[in-house]
Design a protein. Structure first.
Length: 252
């Protein structure tokens, strides 16, 4: 079996409140790219996981990651191989997308997904959706013309802790999310304070119809009117910043 762990972006992300338990109440629009990590599985007598790909090294110290937790939750006995193509701690769903791929492979449901993390229900769906609460209260939405939109993902090569970014949020409720195009990402300011390179990435996404940071960063995305415009931007960025990670893809 083979399943893509579709990279997640947040078209807009409004942080509305910090709850007493330390979690944050958000409003967001999730969207998913056509590309991401790739998970394969073959029959085996016991569960195992091999991690390969350009970002495998970032997971070497994790002996019990979300992929294994998801596999145990559905009782999977399989030899899993994760081709880790997307940066870790990058605001793209990462481990949640990988674990959601396991659930799709082995018939996991939203209840199981909720028990594994706030992003998990959205990543299990892997379609455009509105998220509220901690991001785990989701409802599929249809945005005309969004599917197939050329998107460029850019990461400056600096990992960023989600917990650190949320902790640095200033606590100001800047209003509800109604129109995602006119929206914002309230985590951008605290993320930029921690990783100033995010500002450089956003400035580099020239020609984009919309350029924003995804999730808690540090990946930023640009939505383009054509594949040619996206590819031209990618070429410019790659020439000027050879150390940055780029992905030229489209929205599902």
């Amino acid at each position: 079996m083979r399943e893509t762990a579709y990279a997640k972006i947040n078209l807009a992300l409004h942080v509305r409140a910090r709850e007493a338990d330390g979690y944050h109440r958000i409003e967001t629009i999730f969207a998913f790219c056509e590309d991401g990590d790739v998970l394969t599985a073959r029959e085996a007598d016991a569960l195992s996981l091999e991690v390969a790909g350009p970002f495998a090294g970032a997971l070497e110290s994790e002996s019990d990651n979300l992929v294994l937790q998801a596999a145990r939750a559905v009782g999977a006995k399989a030899a899993l191989t994760l081709d880790k193509r997307v940066p870790v701690s990058a605001g793209l769903g990462g481990g949640s997308a990988d674990a959601a791929a396991v659930l799709r492979m082995f018939g996991g449901n939203e209840q199981i997904a909720r028990g594994l993390g706030a992003d998990m229900p959205a990543c299990l769906l892997s379609r455009t959706a509105r998220g509220e609460g901690r991001g785990d209260e989701i409802a599929a939405v249809s945005i005309q013309g969004l599917s197939g939109t050329p998107v460029l993902l850019v990461h400056p090569g600096v990992p960023l802790s989600t917990a650190a970014v949320f902790a640095a949020w200033d606590g100001v409720d800047r209003g509800p999310l109604s129109d995602w195009e006119a929206g914002r990402n309230d985590l951008e300011a605290p993320a930029r304070a921690l990783v100033p390179e995010i500002g450089e990435v956003l400035e580099a996404l020239t020609g984009a119809r919309i350029a924003r940071m995804s999730g808690s960063g540090a990946t930023c995305f640009g939505l383009y009117d054509s594949g040619a415009a996206r590819d031209a931007a990618a070429a410019r960025i790659a020439a000027r910043h050879p150390g940055w990670w780029l992905s030229q893809t489209r929205l599902r």
